[in-house]
Design a protein around this ligand. Structure first.
Ligand code: HEC
Length: 138
């Protein structure tokens, strides 16, 4: 019985989960390996933790309170606006913008910059994996 339940819930998760392309999946695997090295109890990335990383407020680089949503907004299917330059940012949700999360170099570059903007430091492998798991499902 427990086995049947597990099988059912696993297939539900698979149906819900959006997939990364091959290079991005390879990057996710690298992040998972690194997260496991840093913490042996690491099991898998978690979209809920990712959502918290994305929406929680922190004192940013310029001393003001900010979150990832300060530029990308809470509705990732809509355009955002760069807090610093006022330039429009195309939607971050892959469901609304097919180009998102398809280019590893682009993703790495912006995660480095954006974590620094909000968290004042680079993201850990765990944080990056969690936030990307959250974002791929938007
Ligand atoms: C100061 C404004 C700002 C903040 C805050 C910000 N971003 Fe961004 N983000 C940008 C801009 C600008 C781009 C690049 C322009 C574009 O891709 O449309 C970008 C691009 C990205 C991309 C690249 C997506 C792709 O595949 O093209 C990711 C991922 C991302 N941001 C995640 C985050 C996360 C996670 C946070 C919080 C830690 C965050 N951003 C906070 C402005 C911001």
């Amino acid at each position: 019985m427990k086995k049947i339940f597990l099988t059912l819930s696993c297939s539900a998760v698979v149906l819900l989960a959006q997939e990364f392309n091959a290079p991005m999946q390879a990057y996710m695997n690298e992040l998972a390996k690194e997260a496991k090295t840093q913490n042996a109890s690491f099991e898998r990335f978690d979209a809920k933790r990712g959502e918290r990383i994305f929406t929680s407020k922190h004192v940013g680089k310029k001393g003001q309170e900010m979150a990832c949503t300060s530029c990308h907004t809470v509705n990732l299917k809509q355009s955002g606006s760069n807090l610093n330059t006022n330039k429009t940012i195309a939607p971050l949700a892959p469901s609304a913008n097919k180009a998102r999360l398809t280019d590893v170099a682009e993703v790495q570059k912006w995660l480095r910059r954006n974590f620094n903007d909000v968290y004042h430091r680079e993201g850990s492998a765990l944080e990056k994996g969690d936030v990307l798991t959250y974002l791929i499902n938007q």
